[in-house]
Design a protein around this ligand. Structure first.
Ligand SMILES: [Zn+2]
Length: 87
């Protein structure tokens, strides 16, 4: 029984590592990984609910489309506290 538990934990750790590496390999945010232009978000309710940390995007300039890591916008109260001109 202990062998089964150890093998199951090993398999789960492999799945976790592969998921983390695949997530980190995805491009980040709205700049296109090919041309750098801003990409348009492609909305899909089911995809957004299942994987809210990922987002499907489409580049209008070069036609690249794929899944990127979603970047959450910074809270607005931080921007209000930040001085406009650095001293
Ligand atoms: Zn592009």
């Amino acid at each position: 029984m202990l062998v089964v538990v150890v093998l199951l934990v090993t398999v789960l750790m492999r799945v976790a590592i592969i998921t983390a590496v695949a997530y980190l390999l995805l491009p980040r945010g709205s700049p296109c990984p090919h041309c750098g232009a801003d990409m348009a978000a492609v909305r899909n309710r089911l995809f957004d609910r299942l994987l809210p940390v990922l987002q499907r995007r489409w580049c209008l300039e070069c036609g690249w489309n794929g899944i990127v890591r979603r970047i959450r916008p910074a809270p607005s109260h931080h921007a209000a506290r930040r001085p406009l001109i650095p001293s």
